[in-house]
Design a binder for this molecule. Structure first.
Ligand SMILES: *Cc1c(COP(=O)(O)O)cnc(C)c1O
Length: 379
């Protein structure tokens, strides 16, 4: 057998993107430094306009992180003690953390194992008279199935809040996710598909009253300044982050397309190597959705060993997420136990994210798949 040359292929390579846009980003940062206007202000307002247009949302409110976006939306909707919020147990922590921080109760449901996203039937069945919202998460860059949720809650006062933190640019039935329900939270954490150079986030909504409420909540609930009818927080977005994001936004569609090409190439390489026969499941894209492959996640029962093997061969991989939310120690008082959500628990045992970024080369991908084949054939 041909010995492939040793390579290192990181899970994500932010430097590659930076090298391609360095001059524009540094000019944007310099512009803010020259203005000495660091918090909110014109850069943030322009970013809000540009992202509202990009997302086809009537309003966009820049905030300090994706987590704060979700928290502020729920505060803005008046969610608190005694309220239930239905969400998927297979997500990043802050999806549920923000519900609990407001004193509300997360009601977890299982996923559709093919897409990793919330099972809409399970979500509908979990609705009670206390339900205030459903938070579908567009995990790994693939939209959740929203229409069944929108239909089930239509006219009921139950809000759909999209956790779009991993899915900027992703489309559901041709429309960008983010403002397809009551409101959506986006994250610009540096490694997200559109990443800032620090923490940053955004709320998208078509509801004018909610948008106005959120603009006040992000400055401690003030409206006007120093007048507080309600308690908010410091959820403000920095001008430097907004300027960096504005420099990057014109490239976003091209980066999404490049991710999709990388995903297509993985699919081809896995098929050519016959790896589907070895029990490796590849990500799917339902016909009515446009996946942006924020992560490229495969599944195999030998996940942990494969993870270790790839590490030894210089290939960076990651496990999203090893512990589903219902089994987190901090949520023990909610009373869920192992076995409650078998599909999510299975995904937590078998899912492995492979290197994925727009600049990933064909040679690097061939090496990744070759190293996976090497392991699965010898074990
Ligand atoms: C990243 C992420 C968040 C939180 O975003 P931050 O900007 O890191 O606070 C929330 N939900 C999901 C699904 C995420 O991936």
């Amino acid at each position: 057998m041909r010995q492939p040359t040793e390579m290192t292929v990181p899970l994500v390579d932010l430097k590659a993107q930076y090298d391609s846009i360095r001059a524009d980003v540094l000019a944007a940062i310099t512009r803010v430094c020259d203005s000495q206007q660091f918090i909110l202000g014109p850069e943030v307002e322009l970013l809000e306009q540009e992202l509202a247009a990009y997302l086809s949302a009537k309003h966009a409110v820049g905030v300090s992180s994706g987590t704060d976006a979700l928290l502020a939306i729920m505060m803005g909707l008046g969610i608190g003690p005694g309220d239930e919020v239905i969400t998927t147990t297979y997500s990043f922590f802050s999806t549920a953390g923000s519900i609990v921080r407001l004193g509300a109760t997360p009601v977890f449901v299982d996923i559709d194992p093919a897409t990793f996203n919330i099972d809409p039937d399970a979500a509908r069945d979990a609705i009670t008279s206390r339900t205030k919202a459903i938070v579908p998460v567009h995990l790994f860059g693939l939209s959740a199935d929203l229409d069944p949720l929108l239909t089930a809650t239509s006219g009921s006062g139950v809000s759909i809040i999209e956790d779009s933190c991993q899915a900027i640019g992703a489309r559901y039935k041709g429309r960008c996710v983010g403002a397809l329900g009551m409101a959506g939270g986006l994250s610009f954490f540096p490694s997200k598909s559109l990443g800032a150079y620090g923490d940053a986030g955004l709320i998208a909504t078509n509801d004018e009253a909610l948008a106005e409420h959120l603009r006040s909540l992000r400055v401690h609930g003030a409206q006007p300044r120093y007048v507080h009818k309600r308690v908010g927080g410091n959820f403000r977005l920095d001008a430097i982050q907004a300027a960096v994001l504005r420099a990057k936004l014109p490239h976003l569609n091209q980066w999404c397309r490049a991710r999709r090409e990388v995903a297509d190439r993985y699919h081809q390489l896995f098929t050519n190597a016959g790896l589907e026969a070895f029990g490796v499941e590849l990500p799917v894209q339902p016909r009515d959705r446009w996946h942006t492959y924020h992560q490229y996640v495969v599944q195999t029962p030998r996940r942990d060993q494969l993870h270790t093997h790839l590490e030894s061969r210089g290939v960076g991989t990651a496990i999203y997420y090893p512990v589903p939310l219902h089994l987190q120690e901090c949520f023990a008082s909610l009373g869920y136990s192992e076995g409650a959500f078998p599909k999510s628990e299975n995904a937590a045992r078998t899912a492995l994210a492979l290197p994925m970024y727009p600049e990933l080369t064909e040679d690097q991908q061939a090496y990744v798949v070759e190293m996976i084949a090497e392991y699965l054939r010898m074990s």
